[in-house]
Design a protein around this ligand. Sequence first.
Ligand code: AMP
Ligand code: GLY
Length: 355
Amino acid sequence: MGPEAPLADGIVDYFQGIGIPIFGSTKAATEIESSKVFTKELMQKYNIPSARSTSFSDYNQAKEYVQRQTPPIVVKADGLAAGKGVIIADSIPQTLDALDEIMQSRAFGTAGDRVVIEECLSGEEMSAFAFSDGTTVIPMVAACDYKRVYDGDQGPNTGGMGSYSPPHFFNPTLASTVKETIMEPTIKAMAQEKRQYKSVLYSGLMVTGNGPKVLEFNARFGDPEAQVTLPLLKTDLIDILVAVINGNLNQIDVEWSHDACVGVVMASAGYPGSYKTGFPISGLDKLDKDILVFHAGTTLDSEGQVLTNGGRVLTIVATGSTLAEAREKVYSNLPRIHFEGCHYRKDIAEIKRKK
Ligand code: AMP
Ligand code: GLY
């Protein structure tokens, strides 16, 4: 089960209730994504590393608290807000505006009944993933996601404009730290809270000078992270999903390729704002054989022509023995695909070493 809304509405509980096997987290377990207040409390209780934070349901108390903090300050709506409920404010007035927007103007509806106010972390951002049947935890390869619409991380946030795997700074020590201090303790904590977590756990992390810290959890594969992690999976995905459902993940040997994978999203003109659809997409038959094309916002017309039908239209993916090779493959194929107004980032997986 993919998107967060049906998970949070309890589709997995429903399938379980009528005896149909389903891979996904229950409504109670999905709170790890659907309530930031719940998750912050969980992390505090079980010592899972995260930004220092306080939660509020009272607007005036939140306001008073903000006035005693030092910017930058991060304000998060408690509930699901399609990736838009997080505001990083550089000043007190800006923080108060964010609070106002979430709790008073109700920009995100009931998602803003409560807020989390937290310290701003700096470091390298990455996403880690693990399969779990509630007991056994098996990490996936990690990835980096590009949320902003324009090159150089400019412009508004989107669902994700591209991604690559593995992160250029990832290494075995960091992988063990993430597994031992974040993934395993979180699965254990959820079991202790009687919210057994059986699915894939997605952890958005900031790798700080004091180690990796959790920014958020998602109860699913990410989009477009799935497109660059699953092509590296050598084991049959179905075997893993079934083992998660049956609670015998410890019997599966999950193998990953050591290749790199890069995915670039092609979006409609105007996205993430308003956009038009129905434009023909050409060139899909002109790509090299080993290029993967994931359709998201597309449809077929009566003649079998592929048309645009959404904001994020396609994700174009290539693997290579190095990140540079995978990147080169994606970007040499991308210009062969065209639809009116299409835009994509040119800097996915471009690694600029910090001076
Ligand atoms: P979230 O939906 O919680 O992952 O937040 C969206 C984005 O906001 C993240 O991908 C980060 O880039 C940023 N962010 C969230 N929390 C923090 C924080 N405490 N410090 C710095 N950046 C953050
Ligand atoms: N790309 C971020 C997400 O799937 O939530």
